[in-house]
Design a protein around this ligand. Structure first.
Ligand code: CTP
Length: 397
């Protein structure tokens, strides 16, 4: 981040005070921070404290003649390497999605030609409101990076999604946004973890996927500079910092989230998606009855990988996984053809290998040219090698 310039727009929410810590850490990394406060932000943090921490003038008004004489708002919007909105309030997100420009912050956001990253923070009801959901989808579609929010207790006393992401994770997302890596400017979609298919409100069908390999892949892609959308089922391992996490539970939710995340340059489908869901799942807990056992009826889940590969707006490179227990290469080669994806990363998940849920992996990458066996190595090294191969493939195209 040394010497890189960040235009930081601080929105008016209780999390605005955390922007002070963010400024400090960005400067510790050697970045230059030019702060902009919305009028509402000034109710939460003072321009003086922001200015002192940033060691910079604070910009506040659109029609400030002194500011316009020193640096016009168009120039200000472009004099940065990255524009960051932290915290991004529901109001700011709504204005951005609509393209409004009624104050300095929103005018800069519509005038900029630089990548934009937002770190939303708001009450859980506001985050889940259909208008915010719509605005978020619009912003993602416009290519805006999103970091957080995360789940947790809120200043208002409620609990849920809406908390400002942890500052180190925002710093990691900013570092990825500023990276000169070979995936800079690329959007890569990663699915990861298992899915849970409900039987009733307390029971579900799942599998042993820990999400470790998908998480490592998302981190490796981020480290090469990609903007990563990470669609994850309920995994054991925490999602990586600095990526846009979309948390889902069922295969059908994962399928919707994947389509919403498009367009993307590449997709890596590392999730262990359940093949079936229970059609007669109940809204209240199933009880033992004297007259026999419950009968679960199943229906097939959408094949997310196959559906994505066949879309007209599919990512240029679609990578699937094949978890097999026997005849790995033959099954995986057939799977590649059946699913219509470009590469299949095949692995042997028989219990004796210790791969599922373990720290290592031994994969064979199958593409149009044949099969390439990689040695057994850590999941992090497998991820880095795969990310590098993806970067090379996108560069060639
Ligand atoms: N996959 C998917 N949607 C599904 C099932 C699988 O996107 N409903 C993806 C996985 O993320 C993985 C690839 O398809 O990238 C292969 O998953 P796997 O479970 O090995 O294959 P299946 O489709 O379940 O095939 P089979 O049951 O024949 O092994």
């Amino acid at each position: 981040m040394q010497g890189r310039r960040i235009l930081l727009i601080v929105g008016g929410g209780i999390a605005a005070f955390k922007a002070l810590d963010l400024i400090r850490r960005l400067r510790d990394h050697g970045a230059t921070v030019t702060p902009v406060l919305t009028r509402a932000a000034e109710a939460f943090v003072t321009p003086l404290s922001v200015s002192a921490l940033a060691a910079s003038k604070v910009y506040r008004d659109l029609f400030d003649l002194t500011d316009e004489a020193e640096m016009g708002h168009i120039e200000l919007s472009r004099a940065a390497d990255l524009v960051v909105v932290a915290p991004a309030t529901a109001n700011l997100m709504g204005k951005m999605a609509q393209g409004l420009a009624d104050d300095l912050a929103t005018t800069l956001l519509i005038a900029t030609d630089k990548p934009v990253l937002i770190a939303p923070a708001m009450n859980v009801r506001m985050w889940e409101h259909p208008a915010t959901v719509r605005n978020l989808a619009t912003l993602r579609g416009d290519g805006i990076g999103v970091i957080g929010p995360v789940e947790g207790a809120m200043a208002c006393g409620e609990y849920g999604y809406g908390r400002f992401a942890e500052v180190p994770d925002i710093v990691a997302a900013i570092a990825a946004g500023l990276s000169d890596g070979p995936l800079r400017g690329r959007h890569v979609l990663v699915t990861s973890g298992p899915t849970h298919e409900p039987i009733d409100p307390v029971r579900y069908i799942a599998n042993r996927s820990s999400g470790a390999q998908g998480t490592a892949i998302a981190a490796a892609l981020r480290d090469l500079g990609a903007r990563v959308t990470f669609v994850s089922g309920p995994a054991d391992v925490a999602p990586p910092g600095g990526v846009d996490v979309v948390a889902v539970t069922t295969a059908r939710q994962m399928a919707d989230a994947v389509v919403t995340a498009l367009p993307a340059d590449a997709a890596v489908m590392a999730a262990a998606v359940a093949d079936w869901h229970v059609v007669n799942a109940t809204d209240s807990k199933m009880k033992k009855t004297a007259g026999g056992l419950p009968e679960l009826r199943f229906a097939e889940n959408p094949d997310i990988l196959a559906d994505l590969s066949r879309r007209a707006d599919r990512p240029r490179l679609v990578v699937g996984f094949a978890a097999e227990t026997d005849d790995v290469i033959a099954h995986a080669t057939a799977k590649r053809a059946r699913k219509g994806c470009d590469w299949i990363v095949a692995n042997d998940v028989s219990p004796a290998t210790g791969i599922m849920g373990g720290a290592e992996n031994a994969v064979t990458v199958i593409d149009a040219n044949g099969a390439e066996a990689w040695p057994r190595m850590s999941k992090a090294d497998t991820a880095r090698r795969l990310a590098r191969r993806i970067a090379d493939a996108l560069a060639d195209g």
